[in-house]
Design a binder for this molecule. Structure first.
Ligand code: SF4
Ligand code: MG
Length: 328
């Protein structure tokens, strides 16, 4: 199948000012040559430690931050090259839900206005049709229609996240980036929001890029999973491939830190503790960026960037130690 979105050699570098007077400029290598496809109707998750570039990847691919270079192809157009005016027709179809909806919901607007605003902006309904449209959207996210009269501060965190989802849905999008969209919620509320996202995906044929650090959640929700480390993709595979046959040493370390639900399996679990901190994205290690923490690093790893390869169908990895065909 043709991908809904193709991300090609995406790069995002920031210049930050350092020194007491900001006299020195330094480059943050936030996203560095990332390549992946997103297929219609799937949930592709991006995981990795904080600062690995997964949120920046989400922002940059929606053209909310300008890419330094690379392409994001959507409906035949490289959207990251478009200015805001030419981007407008695509904005409606490409939505984002953030971790903390409270900071993104205007406190002076009622829930009805919050959800209705994008409908009027994109001329998807008339003013007269709006109340009906808003109550249907609130129903879609499991909130009663009377919530349209309430204000964000009167809602719980989970209810506010439902409003943020309704606002994204109001645009009738094809694609939604969920940027740590459940990370701030209590575990029981997380499960409800995940189930809501999955129901809405089925009902409206939505495609998700799900940015998260909780691998148990990712395992539940994803069709495919990409693992990022210091601005680069380390591995990308189907959920089954990634969880049953991780190939990259970083993925193996991340997975070995996830507790097993079965206490018998938990007893025999092989833990592979990651030593050291993630190096600064201001001066990422040469060669393989994981070499400073990799238990099997070789000389080559310190000098040569490992190539991004598809070692078996659908299973991509960047590691010198992984041989073609050994992935099983
Ligand atoms: Fe480890 Fe080398 Fe593979 Fe990097 S390329 S993950 S350092 S073995
Ligand atoms: Mg983030």
């Amino acid at each position: 199948a043709e991908p809904l979105i193709k991300v090609e050699n995406l790069v995002k570098h920031f210049v930050v000012r350092l020194g007491a007077f900001g006299e020195r400029g330094a480059t943050v290598y936030a996203v560095d040559d990332v390549n992946f496809d997103i297929f219609a109707g799937e949930t592709l998750s991006l995981v990795g430690e904080s600062g690995c570039g997964k949120s920046t990847t989400g922002f940059t691919l929606l053209n909310l931050q300008k890419a330094t270079s690379g392409k994001v192809i959507f409906q035949g157009e490289n959207i990251v090259s478009l200015d805001e005016k030419r981007m407008r027709p695509y904005r409606r179809e490409l939505q984002i839900v953030f971790q903390d909806p409270y900071s993104t919901l205007n406190p002076r607007m009622t829930i009805g206005e919050v959800v209705g605003e994008p409908i009027l902006f994109h001329k998807l309904a008339t003013k007269a049709e709006l109340p009906e449209r808003v109550s249907r959207l609130l129903g879609d996210v499991g909130l009663p229609a009377r919530f349209a009269q309430r204000y964000p501060h009167e809602l719980s965190g989970g209810q506010r996240q439902r409003v943020a989802i309704a606002r994204a849905l109001a645009c009738q999008p094809k694609f939604i980036v969920c940027d740590e969209a459940i990370s701030a919620l209590d575990v029981s509320v997380q499960a409800q929001i995940i189930n809501l996202l999955l129901d809405l995906q089925e009902k409206y044929g939505l495609t998700y890029l799900f940015i998260a650090h909780d691998l148990a959640v990712v395992r539940h929700i994803s069709d495919r999973v990409g693992v990022m480390y210091l601005g680069r993709l380390a591995e990308l595979a189907t959920r089954e491939q990634l969880f049953s046959n991780p190939l990259h040493p970083y993925t193996k370390a991340l997975l070995s830190a996830v507790p097993e639900a079965d206490p018998e399996l938990e007893k025999t679990r092989q833990r592979q503790i990651l030593v050291g901190d993630v190096p600064s994205p201001l001066s990422p290690p040469a060669g393989c960026r994981f070499h400073t923490r990799c238990p099997i690093a070789m000389d080559k790893c310190r000098a040569v960037v490992p190539e991004w390869r598809e070692v078996v169908t659908g299973h991509h990895v960047a590691c010198h130690a992984v041989d073609m065909g050994t992935a099983g």
